[in-house]
Write a protein that binds this ligand. Sequence first.
Ligand code: MG
Length: 518
Amino acid sequence: MLTRVKSAVTNIMGGIMAGGTNGDHLGISDLPLKFPYMRPEFLGLSPDEIECSADHIARPILILKETNRLPWSTGYAEVINAGKSALNEDQACCEVVALKRRPAPSTPSHTPTTQRRSSLPNGEGLGLRESTDSEGLVLHYWGLFDGHAGSGAAVAASRMLHHHILQHLQEVQDILRNSSVLPPTCFGEEPSHHHQHHQHLSPGGTHRAVLRAASLRGAAGAPGSPGTPAPRFFTEKKVQHESMVIGAIENAFKDMDAQIEREKAVYNISGGCTALAVVYLLGKLYVANAGDSRAIIVRNGEIIPMSTEFTPESERQRLQFLGFMQPHLLGNEFTYLEFPRRVQRKEVGKRMLYRDFTMNGWAYKTVEDDDLKFPLIYGEGKKARVLATIGVTRGFGDHDLKVHDSNIYIKPFLSCCPEVKVYPLTQFEHGTDDVLILATDGLWDVLSNEDVAEAVTCFLGNCDPDDQNRYTMAAQDLVMRARGVLRDRGWRIANDRLGSGDDISVYIIPLLHGNKQT
Ligand code: MG
């Protein structure tokens, strides 16, 4: 993902094998690691197995052991890259957690009330049910992180993001659980400040409350005038439960990035990472993506995209607008304009195609001296870069990342905000072969949505429907198809194409099990 700033150490083999450090800083930082390098906790690997998994020559595919079950019989498989970094910079996390009820208002407490319901593996074995009883809402969580320039940020995010999500959901759980509570603007105030709210049942019987929230009066606070009549133009937006969950996830992403920034002062947290997180709560799947990993649902053979990638090309207009508004961020070295190719000095005064942040199409302009600067966005497809440095535009970390040999920071151009898509799981009937597939770009670089859907449908169709291990086997099959086999010193896949040399991580989440939860 990094070119000009590519750290020389990333090509050095050894990593965890060399002296117990995480290998991707090699003394650059004297600070202690916040979290040691690891593979996903649910794989249950021994230190020896972790060491063996980092074999860039054999590239063994790691799968979930049969004894380590994930919720809903989720399948998982991964493989390390072909040598671009010493360690596997992808990370994953899966948790089932209960949001414990808030304490009664009469007993104020600031103690965290989040309770981890099950320590995976075998979370499913506890017979977890989603419920709205006194015990709390149950949340299922799957996270996938793709690190660059070190594994620190990816490891930290895999260990911490779900805690931030829980914390934000905890704050609104009374609203999610039951609409008979204070609207958000009055949270924590006396009952006399209750605002009116509505609730109704959807045709399917699903509890769906609509809040009247964020009123002008409430937002303004107006503590001294609770009885002030509403002005004529008083309006209230209706906010649905679903939006409260989305807001909680969005703010959790921001908190995660802020935590990395804060803790970099005392810990060595190297590099940055993309994040793809799935939350299942109250019958809905929330797929939050910041980066270039991808989620698709395959239902009855049909493909439903559940994320879009954030790359220099897909975010060109946002990035160009920032460069236009805050030209100092470009350090007098870059131009926010895009040209089809580098402009040469001899072309000054001539006409050249260009586009700016207002344009999807192209137009001609007369080339000026300023246009000779390096373009903010340059390159195509997987080679496209922001500030000639980074190929992914959303995620966590990268706070210290600069353009090579300059004082130009990359971070202002990066966003930690996810796009959240919602899938109302319990509103559909699902079969045993209907799945949500999450994978890092290592898979999607060489396999299309159609390739993946066809391979998984075909694989699952040939499995015993009662075999709970079938989703892990299907994930292993996908990783195998993307990595390929080593032939003539190169990794080859079907039709003699080049296999993926990147880290590859794949979750296959069966949707039928989600239906059984309710
Ligand atoms: Mg990758």
